[in-house]
Design a protein around this ligand. Structure first.
Ligand code: FES
Length: 107
């Protein structure tokens, strides 16, 4: 796994990521949806496993689930699990912040 720096630090990540507002990041050619929710950061594949819509256009509910804007399939941000078992789960990516930066782990 490679840790890819996407922000200078956690402060910049907080400034750039509005709470519960998914944001698309393209990291090494992969479309990844980054979310800040309840002071935690999550990274999941951006492509919905149902029919391919961009999840960064979706919304996040108070339970930490991301909802696809097309057919409203719902995925747990932490595990990537599709919550009604109608579609495959999302790939999730680890996120970390330390003194050197804010990183997403790509594998
Ligand atoms: S494309 Fe995401 S729910 Fe259908």
């Amino acid at each position: 796994m490679e840790w890819v720096k996407i922000f200078a630090d956690e402060t910049e990540a907080c400034n750039r990521l509005m709470p519960d507002k998914p944001q698309l990041a393209i990291i090494h050619g992969r479309r990844i949806c980054i979310v800040r929710h309840n002071k935690q950061f999550y990274a999941v594949q951006d492509k919905c496993t149902h029919n391919g819509e961009s999840l960064s256009k979706g919304m996040v509910n108070h339970l930490g689930e991301i909802i696809c804007p097309w057919h409203n399939y719902c995925f747990d941000l932490q595990t990537g699990r599709e919550l009604a078992s109608r579609s495959a789960d999302l790939i999730t990516y680890p996120v970390k912040a330390d003194a050197t930066g804010f990183y997403v782990g790509i594998y």
